[in-house]
Design a protein around this ligand. Structure first.
Ligand SMILES: [Zn+2]
Length: 252
């Protein structure tokens, strides 16, 4: 199994590369591409949310606890004294930080169904749905958001798979080989079936991916990228002019 740091770097590197290609096509607004990059990185952390010792889930709970505490305090801010508000904030924070964490630890076992390819697709489809319905994104934008989440997720599964190989050479495969990049779990046939049903259901709830696939699978989209794979006559043309104050180059 790869650790948190490896997952963070791996997912960020792969989604960063994919996002760079999108920037080079010139077809996508920069802010959107930064969003895709972040979603891909988050996707790379998602598979371990079912792990009780997962750092992302702990960070997420911590942030949630702090934010929820302040939301409660802001709601009652006009009515109570400062001391009462601090007690409220603390109570809210402790309940979420420790109460929810305990619940989570008991309810999940790592490398369960969340750690699988259908779950990767499912999380992507949920992202498409949220982007499209809750944020009113265009179909192409919503599907790109979902694709990046799935991409990051799969990078995570692959990293776990690679790290299950014993590099010392004594034993070729560790016993965990093949458990990371799974299509489901034979030990949980009902859960696996439910997961596949959920993925199919989610797909039909999503808007048709047509405009997205037409753009992403079209060669014309990448024409500019292929031409710019290698630098031209000079490296970084115009960069020096852009990063130096104009007065230095052209004192007038
Ligand atoms: Zn993992």
């Amino acid at each position: 199994m790869a650790d948190f740091k490896t997952h963070l770097i791996g997912a960020a590197a792969v989604s960063g590369l994919a996002a760079t290609v999108l920037v080079m096509t010139g077809q996508f607004p920069h802010q959107a591409v930064i969003g895709y990059f972040m979603l891909g990185t988050i996707g790379g952390l998602l598979p371990d949310i079912d792990s009780p010792t997962s750092i992302p889930i702990r960070i997420a709970l911590m942030v949630m606890a702090v934010v929820a505490g302040f939301l409660v305090v802001f709601t009652f801010g006009a009515r109570y004294s400062l001391v009462e508000l601090i007690v409220l904030w603390l109570g809210c924070f402790l309940l979420i930080r420790y109460g929810l964490l305990n619940l989570f630890d008991r309810a999940t076992a790592h490398r369960g169904l969340v750690h699988s390819i259908p779950a990767a697709v499912g999380f992507g489809l949920i992202t498409v749905l949220i982007a499209y319905h809750a944020f009113g994104s265009s179909i192409t934008h919503a599907w790109l958001c979902g694709s990046f989440v799935t991409l990051g997720f799969i990078v995570h599964l692959l990293l776990d798979e690679f790290y299950s190989v014993d590099l010392s050479g004594k034993k070729l495969l560790k016993s965990s080989f093949g458990t990371a990049l799974s299509l489901g779990s034979l030990n949980q046939p009902i859960g696996t079936a439910a997961l596949y049903l959920a993925v199919v259901g989610l797909f039909f709830l999503c808007p048709s991916p047509r405009p997205f696939t037409e753009l992403v699978l079209n060669h014309a989209t990448y024409r500019g990228v292929v031409q710019r794979l290698l630098p031209g006559d000079t490296w970084f043309p115009g960069l020096l002019r852009r990063v130096t104050p104009a007065s230095l180059i052209d004192p007038r």
